[in-house]
Design a protein around this ligand. Structure first.
Ligand code: ADP
Ligand code: TRP
Length: 327
């Protein structure tokens, strides 16, 4: 199966992104043919500062490689290294009704948050559909909030195929991340919009300090506690091995353990998870050539798939380009 997913370079990654999405992307590289890309064209809908966009784009590459993306198993590339996606987005927009885009929840949510309703923001799902369809992707791992975009992609593939009477574009399926919603410091969904995150690559002391600030109830130390309703335990269970998880749950129920101690155990577990990635990231930061080589080699592979699909797309819709422009 061909798996494809994109991440917008829009800010520091946090534990919710890792446990909710990236960890599963990285597991997929052992099972499927994987393509992961940095959705920098999408980010132009919110980031209009060249230096910042360059920096954030580089950060996503460093983050994925540090967290364990293996360039021998999976492709990691910049969306902009396959410029054909913007061409396909245009072609898809000509077979897609405006009503479909008007129904997009994420567009409405972003406007409600005060983001300018540019044409780019409105057409965001069309570019996303092009990202997916241009590689004949089978599966698209995403969070719940993105499922509607995949359904719109399925619709756009069908509109195109029906319009031109040929099954050129392949129908993709969403692959819902298995992890539940990861709670943030205040117990709401961890999200950079809520300022309640545990950033993956902050210094260890800062991470520990944040963990010590997780909101808990006021049950006294001696009293038994319910692990199922505790934010600290909710995070611990996503990281710890099953035996450690069960041992901590037993200690909650037995009483005599304060939340401070549970937070300490969580901080140790988080540090155990992040320390190796932090070290790899520091090395990668000093090896810009290696990172660039990975992105370039991956993009070459992705682009050659995209060019083959675009050749067929242009053919069925009668778009002629000079032979000298064909790969
Ligand atoms: P944020 O809410 O911080 O802006 P994004 O929307 O950029 O995060 O999320 C990127 C990916 O990480 C998505 O696939 C999303 O489903 C996943 N993700 C983000 N926060 C969480 C969370 N708290 N729990 C589970 N998954 C999450
Ligand atoms: N819209 C996705 C998000 O915000 C990012 C994205 C862009 C994407 N293109 C994609 C995800 C294609 C999967 C497939 O998370």
């Amino acid at each position: 199966m061909r798996v494809l997913s994109g991440s917008q370079p829009s800010g520091k990654l946090h534990l919710g992104n890792y446990l909710g999405a990236i960890r599963q992307h990285l597991q997929d590289q052992h099972v499927h043919e994987c393509f992961f890309f940095i959705a920098n064209y999408h980010s132009l809908t919110t980031i209009q500062d060249a230096a910042r966009l360059r920096e954030l784009t580089r950060d996503v590459a460093l983050d994925y490689l540090a967290l364990g993306l293996d360039p021998a198993r999976a492709c990691l590339f910049r969306q902009s290294d396959v410029p054909e996606v913007t061409e396909l987005a245009w072609i898809l927009s000509t077979v897609t009704g405006k009503g479909l885009l008007e129904r997009a929840h994420s567009y409405k949510d972003k406007i409600a948050k005060g983001i300018q309703p540019s044409m780019g923001l409105f057409c965001y799902p069309v570019l996303m559909a092009a990202d997916i369809l241009i590689y004949h992707s089978d599966l698209v791992p995403v969070g719940k909030d993105q499922v509607q975009h995949i359904e719109m992609t399925q619709d756009m593939a069908e509109y195109f195929n029906n319009t031109y009477g040929r099954p050129v574009l392949k129908r993709p399926e969403p692959k819902l991340n298995e992890s539940p919603v990861v709670p943030g410091l205040d117990g709401q969904k961890m999200s950079k919009s809520y300022h309640n995150t545990i950033p993956l690559f902050d210094p260890p002391k800062a991470v520990r300090k944040l963990i010590m600030s997780i909101k808990t109830d006021s049950t006294p130390v001696e009293a038994p506690k319910d692990p199922e309703t505790c934010n600290v335990f909710a995070l611990y269970r996503l990281i710890a091995a099953p035996a450690e998880r069960d041992a901590l749950a037993d200690r909650y129920r037995a009483g005599g353990m304060g939340y401070g101690e549970a937070k300490g155990l969580l901080a140790d577990a988080v540090e155990g998870l992040l320390a190796p990635a932090r070290e790899r990231r520091q090395k990668l930061e000093n090896d810009a050539d290696y990172v660039e080589d990975v992105l370039t080699a991956s993009a070459r592979k992705a682009r050659s798939l995209a060019q083959a699909v675009m050749h067929e797309v242009r053919e069925v819709c009668g778009i002629v380009i000079s032979k000298s422009h064909e790969p």
